[in-house]
Design a protein around this ligand. Structure first.
Ligand code: ZN
Length: 214
C-alpha cells in the first residue's frame, strides 16, 4: 500500500511543477492550446484549481462525517471550468496557488482515524480519505505535462509513474490494453492517453493510441 507521507510529498512536488509551468504565462500564452483536446492552458489550470476545492470537500467529509461531494453535479464541474478559464491570467494563477494551499492545510489537520473515513469520489467510488492525496497527485503531475510548457513524463518521479501505470491498468481493465512495449515514461503517457513515442506492439508496429484518461 502507498505510504501516505510519500504521497503527500508527491502532491507538493506536482503542485510545484504546475506552479513553475504557469508562473510566467501572460494572457496570450495562457490562451494557447494545452495537450488536451479542446482545452487551453486556462482550462487546465481552472480544472486543477477546481479539483483542489473538490478534494477539500472530501477532506471536510472525512473530518466531520457530513457528506460533501466533490462537485454538486457533472454540469457544475464543467461550468466552473469554463467560467474559471475566462479569469484574467493573474487571477487564474492566484486561484491555483490558493486552492492548492487550502487543500494542503485541510489535509494537514486530519487525524489518523479521519484518514480512514470513507468518502465518495466524483466517479462514484467509495474510498478511504487516505486516497485523496493520490487522487491529487495524479491531477497535478499529469496536468503539469498537459499544460504543454515543457514538463514531460520523463520529468516525473519513476515510482510515481509505476504507481500510475498500475492504477490506470486496473481502471481500464487489463483486457482493454494490448501487450505493448516501450520506455517507462512513454508507456505511462500511452496508458494515460497522452502523446507518446516509441511504444510498439509485440510485432514491432507502432501502438495505436488509447482513449484519454483522467
Ligand atoms: Zn484532471
Amino acid at each position: 500500500m502507498r505510504e501516505l507521507r510519500a504521497t503527500l510529498a508527491w502532491v507538493a512536488q506536482g503542485t510545484e511543477l504546475c506552479r513553475k509551468a504557469i508562473v510566467d504565462l501572460d494572457e496570450s500564452s495562457y490562451s494557447e492550446p494545452s495537450l488536451l483536446p479542446g482545452w487551453t492552458r486556462r482550462h487546465v489550470v481552472a480544472h486543477v484549481a477546481a479539483n483542489a476545492r473538490a478534494l477539500r470537500n472530501l477532506v471536510h467529509w472525512a473530518r466531520t462525517g457530513e457528506p460533501t461531494p466533490m462537485y454538486s453535479s457533472p454540469e457544475q464541474r464543467l461550468t466552473d471550468i469554463e467560467s474559471g478559464a475566462r479569469l484574467p491570467a493573474a487571477w487564474l494563477t492566484a486561484w491555483f496557488a490558493e486552492s492548492a494551499e487550502l487543500l494542503r492545510y485541510a489535509t494537514s489537520e486530519l487525524t489518523e482515524k479521519q484518514w480512514q473515513a470513507e468518502v465518495l469520489t466524483a466517479q462514484g467510488r467509495t474510498v478511504p480519505a487516505s486516497e485523496i492525496p493520490w487522487m491529487r497527485t495524479r491531477e497535478v503531475m499529469v496536468h503539469a505535462v498537459d499544460l504543454g510548457t515543457g514538463v514531460q513524463f520523463t520529468d516525473l518521479p519513476e515510482e510515481f509513474l509505476a504507481e500510475l501505470r498500475h492504477d490506470i491498468l486496473t481502471k481500464r481493465g487489463s483486457g482493454a490494453v494490448p501487450a505493448v512495449r516501450g520506455g517507462d515514461a512513454d508507456l505511462t503517457a500511452y496508458l494515460a492517453g497522452r502523446p507518446y513515442t516509441g511504444v510498439t506492439n509485440p510485432d514491432g508496429s507502432p501502438a495505436a493510441p488509447l482513449t484519454p484518461w483522467l
